[in-house]
Design a protein. Structure first.
Length: 107
């Protein structure tokens, strides 16, 4: 997908692709290194909605909904770009809630 496709992400659920929700928590030196901004920029290239935010314990949380292929691609790109900072990733999969209309950084 090209970067311009992000304008259509609010309509992803209409394409009939199976949707899931992933809650990912990255550990390592992931705060204070621009991690959230990089995740947001990468997310704009994929058909996902959700948010990324810092957690009080030093981890970064990424919650997203979309097709598995899109979420896999986003995680692959984040890991490739931020590999030196990431020491661990905990991930849970759930049913989508449909609560998101964009991908954003939360504070």
């Amino acid at each position: 997908m090209h970067a311009g496709s992000s304008h259509f992400s609010s309509h992803y659920h209409r394409r009939g692709e199976p949707q899931h929700r992933r809650e990912c928590r990255f550990s390592g030196r992931v705060q204070g290194v621009g991690f959230r901004y990089i995740v947001q920029n990468i997310a704009m290239q994929y058909d996902v909605l959700g948010y990324v935010r810092n957690l009080p314990d030093g981890r970064v949380e990424l919650v997203m909904e979309g097709p598995d292929q899109e979420m896999d691609g986003l995680l692959h790109d984040v890991n490739r770009k931020m590999n030196e900072y990431i020491k661990g990733l905990d991930q849970t999969v759930a049913s989508p809630t449909g609560e998101f209309d964009q991908f954003a950084i939360r504070h």
